[in-house]
Write a protein that binds this ligand. Structure first.
Ligand SMILES: C[S@@+](CC[C@H](N)C(=O)[O-])C[C@H]1O[C@@H](n2cnc3c(N)ncnc32)[C@H](O)[C@@H]1O
Length: 260
C-alpha cells in the first residue's frame, strides 16, 4: 500500500474496532512491528499480523525512570530497524501523533537519515470523548492542553470555549509509574483553574473503554472536588464553557456573512 521504510500507525483506544483498514494493511506487510498498546487483546492482534517480527516497547519503561529517556530509547530501537532496510511499523495506541513524542521523533530522524517515513492517523482519546460526551469542538471552540504544560506555561484560557486537559493524573510527574503517579502538583492545577472558573463549575472525568461493548466512564464533579476525585493516568478532563461567547466588534462590523 505504501512503500515507506517506516510507517507510524495508531491502534485506536480500543484496538478491536478502531484499527483502520489502512493500518491493518500496513501491519500485514511489515517485517517488524514495534508497539506500545494498553491492553492484551491489542497485543494479540498485532502479534498475529506479524508473528515473527512483533516486539513490545513497553519493557523500556522503568519505575521512576524519566519518560523522555524511555521515549528516546524507543526512537533508537525503531531507527535501528529502519536502518536494516526491513519494512518497519511503529504502532502507538490512540492516534500516533497525539501526545506521543516517540512517533513524531522517529519520523523526523528517519527522514533526516534519508528514509521515507509516514504517519497514518488513528482514533484518539479526544475523538472518543467527542463521541461519548456528545460535544462538538465547533460549538464555542475547544482548547486542548497537556496538564503539566498548562500549569508550567502562561496559557491564556478562554473560558467561553470548551477545555480539554490531558494527562491530569500525571501532573508534575515526568517519570513512569506502574501504579500511582505523584500528583502532589494537583492543588496547583486547581488553583490555576480557579482563576478562570468558579468553584462549582462542572468538570467531567472521562475514560474511554478499551474493549468494544464496554461503556465509557463519565464522572461529573464540580471543580472544587478535583483533589479528591481519584483521577487516573487514563483520565481526560473536560470543562464546558463558563460564560457566553463575546462577539468581536472589530470584525463583526466588517464581515459580510453570506447567509443565502
Ligand atoms: C500519552 S497520552 C496518549 C494519547 C493517545 N496517543 C491518544 O491518541 O489518545 C495519554 C493521555 O491520553 C488520555 N487517554 C489515554 N487513554 C484514555 C482513555 N481510555 N480515556 C480517556 N483518555 C485517555 C489521557 O489524558 C492520558 O493521560
Amino acid at each position: 500500500m505504501y512503500d515507506d521504510h517506516l510507517l507510524v500507525v495508531g491502534t485506536g483506544i480500543r484496538t478491536t474496532g478502531q484499527l483502520t483498514v489502512e493500518t491493518v494493511a500496513c501491519m500485514q506487510c511489515a517485517a517488524r512491528i514495534f508497539y506500545i498498546v494498553a491492553d492484551p487483546v491489542a497485543e494479540e492482534v498485532i502479534r498475529r499480523f506479524c508473528p515473527d517480527g512483533a516486539e513490545s516497547l513497553y519493557g523500556l519503561y522503568g519505575e521512576g525512570k524519566p519518560r523522555m529517556q524511555t521515549y528516546q530509547e524507543m526512537v533508537d530501537r525503531i531507527l535501528t530497524s529502519v536502518r536494516t532496510g526491513e519494512r518497519t511499523v511503529a504502532a502507538f495506541y490512540g492516534h500516533p501523533g497525539v501526545f506521543a513524542y516517540a512517533s513524531h521523533e522517529s519520523i523526523r530522524r528517519a527522514r533526516a537519515e534519508g528514509y521515507r517515513a509516514r504517519m497514518l492517523p488513528g482514533i484518539s482519546a479526544e475523538d472518543c470523548l467527542f463521541a461519548d460526551l456528545g460535544i462538538d469542538p465547533s460549538s464555542n471552540g475547544c482548547q486542548s492542553y497537556e496538564a503539566t504544560d498548562f500549569l508550567l506555561n502562561a496559557r491564556s484560557i478562554d473560558n467561553s470555549s470548551q477545555l480539554i486537559l490531558w494527562q491530569a493524573g500525571l501532573i508534575g510527574d515526568l517519570t513512569f509509574r506502574r501504579y500511582a503517579y505523584d500528583t502532589s502538583a494537583m492543588p496547583l492545577l486547581l488553583e490555576k483553574l480557579l482563576l478562570s472558573y468558579p468553584r462549582t463549575h462542572p468538570v467531567y472525568l472521562y475514560e474511554a473503554p478499551s474493549a468494544p461493548g464496554c461503556e465509557p466512564v463519565i464522572r461529573p464533579i464540580v471543580l472544587e472536588q478535583l483533589l479528591t476525585s481519584g483521577i487516573t493516568a487514563t483520565t481526560t478532563l473536560y470543562l464546558p464553557p463558563a460564560r457566553a461567547t463575546v462577539p468581536d466588534p472589530t470584525y463583526l462590523s466588517r464581515i459580510r456573512l453570506q447567509q443565502g
